[in-house]
Design a protein around this ligand. Sequence first.
Ligand SMILES: Nc1ncnc2c1ncn2[C@@H]1O[C@H](COP(=O)(O)OP(=O)(O)OP(=O)(O)O)[C@@H](O)[C@H]1O
Ligand SMILES: [Mg+2]
Length: 234
Amino acid sequence: MDDARTEKEIILRVEDLRKTYPSGEATIPVLKGVNLTLRGGESVSIQGESGSGKTTLVHLAAGLDLADSGAIYWEESDIMKMRKGSLPRRRGGFLGMVFQSFHLAPELTALENILLAARLVGRSVRTAKERAENLLERVGLADRGHHVPAQLSGGEQQRVALARALINRPRMVLADEPTGNLDERTGDRILELLLENCREEGTSLLLVTHNKVHAARTDRQLFLHYGQMQAESI
Ligand SMILES: Nc1ncnc2c1ncn2[C@@H]1O[C@H](COP(=O)(O)OP(=O)(O)OP(=O)(O)O)[C@@H](O)[C@H]1O
Ligand SMILES: [Mg+2]
């Protein structure tokens, strides 16, 4: 890592994170003391076999689930100590999420899906609309804003989901296999858009992927193995 990046502010810090799931009488340890740091503008990929805990980690990092122990900092705030009511509002402005299955509201148009994310953090549609239209243009869907998800292909829906994730100018994007349901070419385009956003807006990216080529395009590659984070493949 170069010196300039070392000095960049920390956007996400995960410390000794542990998570178990109940399984009948027993518990299954999934994360066994995970540490991770993501800095401003940095892209980091996480690979690991199916069931190794990648999605669990992403959900915890997003504050969507509770860890057993450890700490998660968004910039300087420990989200595990944040008041419950303030977390969703902070999340809306701080992070954008992209999932394998696009999770768009089926009854809303592409533009309305994007604007909903702005409304959820209390922004007026009027102020968000221009950026939403810019984002649709950036992802190559300027003329599809009034189409509902069923009228869009998978790759187009994922581009809408990406525009939605970016509408509030998040500091960080968490992407959990965002290209997992897409053909190679469409998937490559989504990856390019994610990396372009890091470069142009200084957003940090945490990318879970099974695609080695995509992982190699990020600044750092990490591997989740038996519930612990490794810097090298095993
Ligand atoms: N809500 C839950 N209750 C019980 N076990 C769970 C729950 N969610 C996940 N698990 C278990 O935790 C382990 C990690 O799951 P997770 O979804 O985080 O894996 P993953 O690395 O994302 O896998 P994949 O690459 O297949 O998406 C798995 O063994 C899974 O069965
Ligand atoms: Mg997963």
